[in-house]
Write a protein that binds this ligand. Structure first.
Ligand code: GDP
Length: 470
């Protein structure tokens, strides 16, 4: 078990890492944290103006990094020394701002290692900030979310969590549980007391009206937040030539914040990432699925099914210039009960037959008319995707919300179950020591979220997802 805030200060290593991403850049930063950070920089740094004493904390100095063994100058730099505890890690921290060339950064890193610094593990700086009690675990996780957020709303959620929004909610529930715990402990300590120390109705009321609703709310916020943080996956299906690739292109052109464009897992599908109203969307285009022979048709349907299984939403594309075919209906059937939007494309050359057919075959489903090559109906389609995905939490405002992640959600669900068992126990007049066990379980699960009771294994998993240097 980890006890944040009580990390032994003596004998800590000094760690070092390149804090900026690989590749050429205007500036590259090497970061040191630990008791020897100041000693290491005084070994390597030659200030332009000779210093009259040690480096003043939180001040930039201009000069050179030099290899003291060869007197070779490595780069012209700015150096800042930040004395503990007013630092990211709460240890002494030094940042060396050099030119963003990997060879320079690597050389400075090696020099720091030669002076006794150890290469930092992924996320170790943030882990130190947590272990030294500057931030709780939800804030440490928010740092990772901040680095990887794909949309501005995802970013807002990360900032709210970094500010301690989730921590405050959890702490307020913990405080309420602790006050109930105090009552149970008195009852355990004075079992023969005549006074009815436990007032079951009052405790039940607190749990049912004050504690459970807060937890329930947070648990459902996790689903809402997930949409903005992790996004949704949308699969475009339709027979060849209906305009799937053209639609994908039109969606990408509309979108100015394309994050990545990766080839799909199979040669036949393409994945693109877009941003629809702040929601990251992964679009899978099954354009490669061709159905020229029966055998290939079967493979095509199987692949579509596999892609459908992964997706949160399907866009069923049709060609409005002709009638609905058997193949269209076969694809439609393969969608099953997955959320679906019918996209009637090539609307610019549509026939009236199709319009009647559409209503007949797809009534009850949202139908959006597009002309992918003319960029028409694309924003209506985006609106339809957004409302379908967010429909169940309309009104939820990511600007002022906290959005727990899946780990927090699981822990809160476990905590809530323990609270429910506590209420049942009260109803069955169970003795206070048994009630106290459920209460402690509820508290421990919440403690896992903020990091009071988190195991090393979980910490390794969380910080292992960080990059080196953060
Ligand atoms: P896919 O096989 O489903 O990916 O279809 P494509 O996107 O490759 O499009 C097939 C053909 O239909 C191409 O020649 C496109 O230019 C054309 N096409 C796609 N969308 C439209 C549209 O909205 N209107 C018209 N008139 N042609 C379209």
């Amino acid at each position: 078990m980890v006890d944040p805030g009580n990390k032994a200060l003596s004998g800590n290593p000094t760690i070092v890492a390149i804090a900026t991403p690989p590749g050429p850049g205007g500036i590259g930063i090497v970061r040191l944290s630990g008791p020897n950070a100041a000693a290491i920089i005084s070994e390597l740094f030659i200030p332009i103006k000779p210093l009259s004493g040690p480096l003043t904390s939180h001040r930039f100095y201009y000069g050179w990094i030099s290899d003291s063994s060869t007197a070779q100058k490595i780069d012209e730099v700015l150096v800042v020394f930040m004395q503990a505890p007013r630092t990211y890690t709460r240890e002494d921290v030094v940042e060396i701002h050099c030119h963003g060339n990997f060879l320079i950064l690597q050389k400075i890193l090696t020099l720091c290692q030669n002076c006794g610094a150890r290469l930092a593990e992924p996320g170790e700086f943030t882990k130190l900030a947590f272990l030294n009690g500057r931030i709780d675990l939800t804030q440490a996780e928010a740092v990772l979310e901040l680095l990887t957020a794909k949309t501005s709303k995802g970013l807002q959620l990360a900032v709210e969590q970094l500010k301690g929004g989730l921590h405050q909610h959890i702490q307020s529930v913990c405080d309420r549980l602790i006050s109930i715990k105090a009552v149970l402990e008195v009852a355990i300590d004075f079992p023969d007391d005549d006074i009815d120390i436990i007032q079951p109705n009052s405790i039940k009321k607190q749990i049912n009206q004050e504690i459970a609703p807060v937890l329930e709310n947070l648990i459902s916020s996790a689903d809402n937040g997930k949409v903005y943080k992790d996004g949704v996956s949308v699969v475009i299906i339709g027979r060849p030539n209906v305009g799937k690739s053209s639609l994908l292109n039109a969606l990408l052109r509309e979108d100015r914040a394309i994050v990545t464009a990766l080839p799909g897992t199979t040669r036949d599908t393409i994945e693109e990432h877009l941003n629809i109203k702040g929601m990251p969307v992964r679009v899978i285009d099954t354009a490669g699925i061709r159905t020229s022979t029966e055998a290939v048709e079967e493979i095509g349907i199987q692949r579509t099914r596999a892609k459908l299984a992964e997706a949160d939403l399907a866009l069923m594309m049709l060609d409005s210039s002709g009638p609905i075919s058997r193949e269209d209906l076969q694809l439609f059937e393969s969608i099953g009960d997955k959320p679906l939007i019918v996209v009637a494309n090539k609307f610019d050359i549509s026939t009236t037959t199709l319009l009647t057919d559409l209503e007949a075959h797809f009534s009850g489903h949202e139908i959006v008319r597009t002309s992918a090559t003319n960029n028409q109906g694309i924003s209506q389609l985006e609106d339809a995707v957004f409302s379908m995905v967010t429909g169940h939490f309309a009104g939820w405002d990511p600007g002022h919300a906290v959005a727990p992640n899946a780990r927090h959600q699981a822990a809160m669900t476990n905590s809530l179950s323990a609270c429910h068992r506590l209420v049942e126990g009260l109803e069955h007049n169970l003795p206070p020591d048994l009630l106290a066990i459920e209460l402690q379980t509820a508290l421990d699960h919440l403690g896992d979220i903020v990091g009071y009771t988190t195991t090393e294994e979980i910490l390794d998993k969380i910080f292992g997802e960080f990059c080196i240097g953060k």
